[in-house]
Ligand binder design. Structure first.
Ligand code: FES
Length: 202
C-alpha cells in the first residue's frame, strides 16, 4: 500500500514546453469537442514527464485551466492514482508491485532490498539523489512476477540477488537491461511447453 505524498516545496508556476504542448494538443484532439476533460490523465502524465517525474500543484492548476474543468477534479485524479508522483522522486524511480501474484512470488523480498539499498522508507530519495522506491498495485505483468518498474521499463522474474545486481549496475553507471531475468522472451513457459502441443504457433 503506497502513501501519497504531496511536496511541501512547490514551484510558483508551471508552463508546458514546446514538446509537451504538442503532446497536450494531440491528447486533447483524441476526444470530441466539449469532451476535452477526458484528456486529464494524459495531460497529467505529460506534465510529470516534463517535470522530472513528478507533478507540482501549479501543473494541476494549468491542466484545469487548459481543459476548462475545476482544479479539484484534476487534483482528485492526480491523488487517486499511484502512477502520478506528487513529490520529487529519485533519478531512478523503482515501483515494486506487491499485489497478490507478485506477493506470493517474493515481492516483499524485493521491498527488503529496496529498504536496504535505497532508503528505509518508501518515497524517500536516497542520499545520493539517485534512487527512490514505492510499493504499488498490479502493473499488469503478473505472469512474470515478481517484477518492478524502473522509470518506464519493466524488470521481471526477479529475485533479491538479481535486484541487487540491477542497483549495482546503475551505481556503476551501466544501464540494466529490462525484461525477464530468467531468460524468457516474453511470458512463454520455461522448460518444455505442456499445453497446445498440436498447435505449431502457440
Ligand atoms: S501482481 Fe504484480 S504485476 Fe500483477
Amino acid at each position: 500500500m503506497s502513501i501519497k505524498k504531496i511536496s511541501k516545496d512547490q514551484p510558483k508556476d508551471f508552463v508546458f514546453d514546446d514538446k509537451s504542448l504538442k503532446a497536450v494538443n494531440k491528447a486533447i484532439s483524441n476526444y470530441p469537442k466539449n469532451r476535452q476533460q477526458s484528456a486529464v490523465m494524459s495531460l497529467l502524465y505529460i506534465a510529470q514527464k516534463q517535470n522530472d517525474n513528478w507533478i507540482p500543484l501549479a501543473a494541476m492548476k494549468l491542466i484545469a485551466k487548459t481543459l476548462n474543468m475545476p482544479y479539484i477534479k484534476v487534483y482528485e485524479v492526480a491523488t487517486f492514482y499511484t502512477m502520478y508522483n506528487l513529490a520529487p522522486v529519485g533519478e531512478y524511480f523503482f515501483q515494486v508491485c506487491t499485489t497478490t501474484p507478485c506477493m506470493i512470488r517474493g515481492a516483499y523480498k524485493l521491498v527488503d532490498v529496496c529498504k536496504k539499498k535505497i532508503s528505509k522508507n518508501e518515497s524517500v530519495i536516497s542520499k545520493d539523489g539517485k534512487f527512490s522506491w514505492l510499493e504499488v498495485e498490479c502493473l499488469g505483468a503478473c505472469v512474470n512476477s515478481p517484477m518492478i518498474q524502473i522509470n518506464e521499463d519493466y524488470f521481471e522474474d526477479l529475485d533479491p540477488d538479481k535486484l541487487e545486481k540491477i542497483i549495482d549496475k546503475i551505481n556503476n553507471n551501466e544501464k540494466p537491461i529490462p525484461g525477464s531475468y530468467r531468460g524468457r522472451l516474453s511470458s512463454e513457459p520455461e522448460n518444455i511447453r505442456k499445453t497446445l502441443l498440436n498447435n505449431k504457433n502457440a
